[in-house]
Design a protein around this ligand. Structure first.
Ligand SMILES: [Zn+2]
Length: 362
C-alpha cells in the first residue's frame, strides 16, 4: 500500500494504530501517545486565486483536520468559502504596523513612532519600507485602532479579533534574520529603538521626571522598558473591553516566549486580557532545534493564566514533514491547546499528511 493510500484510510483517528508498523519509526512512535485533543488553525496571508483555487486550499486544510483559518484580510470572502468546509474564521488584524495604510501615512504622519535618533518611522522605516508604526501613546492613534476593530466587529461570523504586530518594532531582530539586513545587533542601537515621539517623552517625563531621550543606557532602564510594555498592554486591554462588550473574543499573535517578546519587541503579552494567545514559536528564527518548541510553550504557559488557551505558531517553510509532527507533539505535551501553521501555502501534501497523522482530535 503506498503511503498516501493508507493515510487516507488512516484518517485522523486512532484506528490507524494497527498500521503503525508501516510508518517511519519516528512517526510510528508519535502515534502511541495521544493524551489530549487539539484545536488547530492556519494563518492565511495569500489571498490570490479564483474561488475554486481558494476552495482547493481550504479542502486541504479541512482534510488535514484543522478547525479554522486566520485570514489577514478579505474576511467576508474567506467566511463565505470557509463555511462550505465548516472551518472557523478568525479576523487577523495587523494593528500598530500601518505601512500599507496610505491614508493614515498621508494624513497623520505625526501619529507614527519616532526612533532615538529623532527619525519618524514614516520617513526612515527600520529594515523594510513597510515598518511604519503607530505610537500606542497617542489618543488619536488609539481611537483609530478602536475604529478599525469596530469595523471587524460588524462581521458577526468571525470567531475572534486576532491582533498581530501589536508591539514596538524589533529593537533586536531574531538572530536568523540579522544577516538578511547585513547587520549585527549585539546591543540596542538608536535607529531601531522606539518610541521617542513628543507624546511619549512628555508622558514619561510627567510620570517619572526624566526625558527618555536623555537616558544614558535606555535599554537597561527598567522603568523606561516597563513604561513601553505598559503602553501596548493598556491599548490591548482597552481593545479587550471593546471586543468583550460586544460578546466577541480577543486573540493575538505574539513573539515566542515572554522573555524574547519583552527583549526584542517590548511586548509583555502575559499581562494582556486575551482569550487565547498564539505565540509564533518559529524555532529556526532563533537557531533552535525543534525540541525547543516544547520548552518555549512551557515557558509561555508558566506566565499565562490557566484560563488562557495557547496555540503554538509554527513556521513551516523550513520544517520537514516529520518536524511538523514532532513540533505538534512537543507543543501539546507542554500545555498547548493546538498548533497554528504559517503559512498554509508552505505545507506540502506530505506535511499535511504527517500533521494529520499526528494530531489528536476530540
Ligand atoms: Zn510615541
Amino acid at each position: 500500500m503506498n503511503r498516501k493510500h493508507f493515510i487516507k484510510k488512516l484518517g485522523t483517528g486512532a484506528a490507524g494504530l494497527s498500521l503503525a508498523g508501516t510508518l517511519p519509526a519516528a512517526a510510528a512512535s508519535l502515534l502511541n501517545t495521544p493524551k489530549y485533543s487539539s484545536l488547530d488553525y492556519t494563518w492565511v496571508s495569500d489571498h490570490n486565486g479564483t474561488d475554486d483555487e481558494l476552495r482547493e486550499r481550504l479542502e486541504r486544510i479541512k482534510k488535514a483536520g484543522l478547525n479554522g483559518i486566520l485570514p489577514s484580510g478579505n474576511y467576508e470572502k474567506w467566511i463565505r468559502l470557509a463555511e462550505e468546509f465548516e472551518l472557523d474564521v478568525h479576523a487577523w488584524f495587523v494593528t500598530l504596523q500601518r505601512g500599507g495604510d496610505q491614508w493614515l501615512i498621508e494624513n497623520h504622519p505625526e501619529w507614527f513612532m519616532v526612533n532615538r535618533l529623532g527619525e519618524s518611522s514614516v520617513d526612515k522605516p527600520a529594515y523594510v519600507d513597510y515598518y511604519k508604526w503607530l505610537c500606542p501613546v497617542r489618543p488619536e492613534a488609539q481611537q483609530y485602532i478602536f475604529d478599525k476593530v469596530d469595523e471587524i466587529l460588524k462581521i458577526s461570523e468571525i470567531k475572534s479579533v486576532h491582533l498581530d504586530y501589536i508591539r514596538y518594532p524589533d529593537v533586536i531582530l531574531p538572530i536568523q534574520l540579522q544577516p538578511t539586513y547585513g547587520i549585527v545587533q549585539d546591543k540596542e542601537y538608536p535607529q531601531y529603538d522606539y518610541c521617542y515621539c513628543d507624546a511619549c517623552r512628555t508622558k514619561f517625563k510627567e510620570l517619572h521626571g526624566e526625558d527618555p531621550m536623555e537616558l544614558q543606557n535606555p535599554g537597561d532602564h527598567p522603568v523606561w522598558n516597563q513604561f513601553r510594555y505598559d503602553q501596548v498592554t493598556h491599548l490591548v486591554n482597552q481593545v479587550a473591553i471593546q471586543v468583550h462588550n460586544r460578546g466577541q473574543r480577543l486573540t493575538a499573535a505574539v513573539f515566542p516566549t515572554p522573555t524574547i517578546a519583552r527583549t526584542l519587541v517590548r511586548q509583555n503579552w502575559a499581562a494582556w486580557n486575551l482569550d487565547a494567545v498564539f505565540p509564533m514559536i518559529y524555532n529556526h528564527f532563533y537557531h533552535k532545534p525543534v525540541q525547543w518548541i516544547g520548552e518555549a510553550v512551557a515557558e509561555c504557559r508558566s506566565e499565562l493564566p490557566a484560563t488562557t488557551d495557547l496555540f503554538c505558531g509554527l513556521y513551516v517553510p523550513e520544517m520537514t514533514p516529520i518536524e511538523v509532527s514532532q513540533a505538534y507533539e512537543y507543543a501539546m505535551k507542554n500545555g498547548a491547546a493546538g498548533v497554528t501553521i504559517f503559512p498554509d501555502t508552505g505545507m506540502s501534501q506530505e506535511h499535511w499528511d504527517y500533521l494529520s497523522m499526528t494530531m489528536v482530535k476530540g
